[in-house]
Design a protein. Structure first.
Length: 146
């Protein structure tokens, strides 16, 4: 088994490490060309130059909590986005309401204008209106004769 795999087997429960850092740690151990010391060195804590590159591994109980935290954050983002959509929709409805109110005012103004015109115009009574049809004389259609 190579040194990197042994380090991962022993220390992956303790540290979160990228592949590059595992190789750096293994290189540090293998610098001592005496293979008989490698197994002992693998069991030793990491050297100081590697320690600052390590992060503690999640505890088993923290993994579900981290997922729950991410899920909660996502849920909060979804709700916040829905609230913003609701605000935009409300503003849009308000704008439509204003347009409807303006349209109603315009129609009322036109109605008053037409009522004023009708009030100022005297229409003759039906008795005073002469039907022009009886006064028309019948003329023969000569244009469409063959």
């Amino acid at each position: 088994m190579d040194v990197v795999a042994q380090l991962q087997d022993i220390w992956s429960e303790t540290f979160q490490v990228t592949a590059v850092v595992w190789r750096m740690w293994a290189t540090h151990i293998m610098r001592g060309l005496d293979r008989s010391t490698w197994d002992r060195d693998i069991l030793e804590p990491p050297p100081s130059q590697i320690t600052n590159l390590l992060k503690p591994a999640d505890l088993p109980a923290e993994r579900p909590l981290a997922g729950l935290s991410r899920s909660s954050d996502l849920a909060l983002q979804v709700v916040n986005a829905a609230i913003e959509d609701n605000k935009r929709l409300k503003a849009s409805w308000k704008a439509h309401g204003e347009r409807l109110k303006n349209q109603e005012q315009l129609l009322l103004t036109r109605k008053r204008t037409i009522e004023a015109i009708l009030a100022g115009t005297r229409l003759p009574s039906l008795n005073d209106v002469i039907d022009p049809l009886p006064a028309l004389t019948k003329i023969e259609d000569i244009e469409h004769q063959e």
